[in-house]
Design a protein around this ligand. Structure first.
Ligand code: PSU
Ligand code: MN
Length: 303
């Protein structure tokens, strides 16, 4: 078995019903327990309430699974040995029968293989600060560059070098539009301080962009950058202070590579007394809702 697509997801895809892919690293490595599983299941419930079929993706005992059951989400969300499965890790976990949460890179690959067109996360990976020396750039970017999926995220995580991430997105020819804004969102912040060239104003416009990409055969993702509503964002001054401290403590602890993102998210969550966690959840809910609306618009015909 190379890829298991659950029956309800397969039926929805066959019928042309709206489907949204959801990743699992966000709840295996990004959010603390027990909130992680609550958030993951609430995202699915929100999609179902909007008439959209959720397809949470992860790897269970070596089987990449598209459309995890609630029990499987609980199992992965409570697994201390779960692997953070980016695309390069997929062959290893499959061959060795291991379990883990798929990152944006791993999930985008599997979602596209299953025939799913729309995917929601919180904030994408990108170029880490200091990458000029470490070369630490998330595999999310190069994988999205060759995966024709429509990705909804609140920009890249603000723990990253946002400017460098935007430069790489441009080089990699990933189409980016702001959702009702030409400011690039900053994950915990509505505005990262960087501008975007284009915006779309409705799910239908995002769906039209997806269709144009497909008609042209442009190989990569369309990234719909969806800012967290301003009333839910983290206080910008607090954000900058806490992030400075988290980066310094990561340096001091000598942490890097695939541990960097989970470490920084955890440090920021601790230092803000959980406020950043609430923001991360608000960011995610907002993106899931928009992804559902785009999937619905795409399923609605040639618009
Ligand atoms: N969005 C969130 N929280 C997360 C992530 C995204 O709100 O934890 C995860 C995604 O799975 C993304 C990963 O692919 O963080 C990036 O990790 P890295 O920088 O090591 O590629
Ligand atoms: Mn990395």
């Amino acid at each position: 078995m190379t890829l298991l697509v659950s029956t309800h997801v397969r039926d929805a895809l066959r019928d042309g019903a709206p489907v949204v892919a959801l990743e699992s690293t966000i709840f295996t490595h990004g959010l603390p327990r027990p909130r992680n599983v609550e958030v993951a299941l609430a995202a699915e419930d929100a999609l179902r309430a909007a008439g959209v079929v959720p397809a949470t993706i992860g790897v269970l005992a070596g089987v990449p699974t598209v459309g995890l059951t609630a029990d499987q989400v609980r199992e992965l969300g409570g697994d201390d040995d779960g692997v953070k499965v980016s695309l390069r890790d997929l062959p290893v976990v499959a061959a060795q029968g291991r379990s883990g949460g798929t990152t944006v890179a791993g999930t985008a690959f599997l979602a596209h293989r299953a025939g799913i067109a729309v995917f929601a996360t919180g904030g994408l990976g990108g170029v880490h600060r200091g990458a000029a020396e470490t070369f630490d750039e998330s595999a999310d970017l190069p994988v999205l560059a060759r995966t024709p999926i429509t990705m909804v995220s609140a920009g890249v995580k603000s723990i990253l070098d946002v400017g460098a991430s935007l430069e790489r997105l441009e080089t990699l020819s990933i189409t980016i539009v702001g959702y009702r804004t030409t400011r690039f969102p900053g994950f915990y912040l509505a505005d990262s301080g960087f501008a975007l060239d284009y915006a779309v104003d409705s799910p239908e416009e995002a769906a039209a962009l997806t269709r144009a990409r497909d008609a042209l055969g442009v190989p990569g993702a369309v990234l719909v950058a969806n800012p967290v509503p301003a009333e839910h964002q983290l206080d910008p001054a607090e954000h900058d202070r806490v992030l400075r401290e988290a980066l310094a403590s990561m340096d001091a602890a000598g942490i890097g590579g695939h541990d960097a993102t989970p470490y920084l998210l955890d440090q920021v969550q601790r230092a803000t007394g959980g406020r950043s966690l609430d923001v991360n959840v608000a960011v995610y809910e907002n993106n899931v809702a928009l992804a559902g609306a785009i999937a619905t618009a795409l399923a609605g015909g040639d618009g």
